[in-house]
Design a protein around this ligand. Structure first.
Ligand SMILES: [Zn+2]
Ligand SMILES: [Zn+2]
Length: 348
């Protein structure tokens, strides 16, 4: 089958890879109908994550059709429309049972292989899904492949951020980072009826997206975010910040614009060693810090009805779709944010 594989820093290629096969009786094989390139694929692409095997198939967001299922798969059959969270999970451990599927003791991330073990990704024609009964989610007939794709990660992650922020109607919330996850966090904040949402980014077309979704744009390259938020809140600060970048500077900004007792909900993949504020800083400001990977198996299922009844409109973030065979160009396009590119789908 055709697949986009990791070859080195800023180097992916269209490869011929073996078709995946059932290894365990709990596996399913899914034909990928749509896959998406995610901001976290860029961590691999840029070599910020080290140790990934050359030849690993990239990607972790997809929807598809079941084409084979192991003997112990009972919830799904050949022909079923499905999607998957970006990590697989067992459904049986303590963390799965409390909805913290991101911390399943058997969790594995698609597109992550080290020293010959781990899971291949989904930027391919087919993918093997371990623990299929617990991992896969049925995609209702009235949801599109595209909607399923967004539920699989970014919509869930954005909603998770908004939930962590404990938003109330009169709160002032700031979303830092207006990539796809940040935009989804804004949509979720609106769903939670938060009236005042500021959106921070340095790229105008992303800020336009945020504005279209009801947020007040702040370009940090043109104005001081701290000054602006403090000025707009009479010196008090924001009630919550949803941090969707994962950089030291965005965490520092988040800390500086929060009011005492505010909530910092960080859902960006953190790529630095030390927080830019100290335990005494947190103590002196009574900051509540929440962080972590979204348990998208839990959230995606919960969000299906909200997408079905129109409370969450997702697909405007998809700006481009490429054929899988043009996947190398799609990576470059996404990385360089060409043509106001926000979210890219691949179509095998
Ligand atoms: Zn993702
Ligand atoms: Zn588990």
């Amino acid at each position: 089958m055709k697949a986009i594989t990791f070859q080195g820093i800023k180097c992916v290629q269209l490869s011929e890879a073996p078709d995946p096969e059932i290894i365990s009786k709990k596996d399913a094989i899914v034909k990928v109908e749509r896959a998406a390139i995610c901001g976290s694929d860029m961590h691999v692409y840029h070599g910020r994550e080290t140790g990934i095997d050359v030849g690993t198939i990239m990607g972790h967001e997809f929807t598809g059709t079941v084409v084979d299922a192991g003997e112990k798969v009972s919830n799904f059959k050949v022909g079923d429309r499905v999607f998957s969270p970006f990590t697989v999970n067992c459904g049986e451990c303590h963390f799965c049972k409390i909805g913290l599927t991101a911390r399943c003791v058997k969790s594995q991330l698609y597109g992550w292989r080290e020293n010959g073990s781990g899971l291949h990704g989904v930027h391919a024609e087919y993918v093997r899904v371990p623990m299929a009964d617990a991992t896969l989610i049925s995609l209702p007939d009235d949801l599109s492949w595209e909607q399923g794709n967004l539920l699989a990660d970014i919509a869930s992650t954005g909603y998770f951020g908004a939930e962590l922020a404990e938003l109330k109607t009169d709160d002032i919330c700031v979303v830092i980072g207006c990539g796809p996850v940040g935009i989804m966090a804004i949509k979720a904040a609106k769903y939670f009826r938060c009236k005042t949402i500021y959106a921070v980014d340095g790229i105008d077309f992303r800020l336009d997206f945020a504005k279209q979704n009801g947020a007040i744009p702040v370009n940090y390259l043109n104005e001081s975010v701290v000054e602006k938020i403090l000025e707009r809140t009479n010196g008090i600060g924001a009630d919550s910040v949803i941090e969707a970048v994962g950089s030291k500077s965005s965490m520092k900004t988040a800390f500086n614009i929060l009011r005492p007792g505010g909530i910092l909900a960080s859902v960006g993949v953190q790529a630095f060693d030390q927080l830019p504020f100290s335990p005494p800083d947190m103590y002196d400001k009574n900051i509540i810090l929440k962080a972590g990977r979204c348990s998208s198996r839990f959230y995606a299922e919960k969000l299906i009805p909200l997408v079905q009844n129109g409370d969450l409109q997702l697909t405007d973030v998809i700006t481009h779709t490429f054929d899988l065979k043009d996947g190398v160009e799609a990576y470059r396009f996404f990385d360089e944010k060409k043509d106001k590119c926000l979210k890219v789908l691949l179509k095998p």
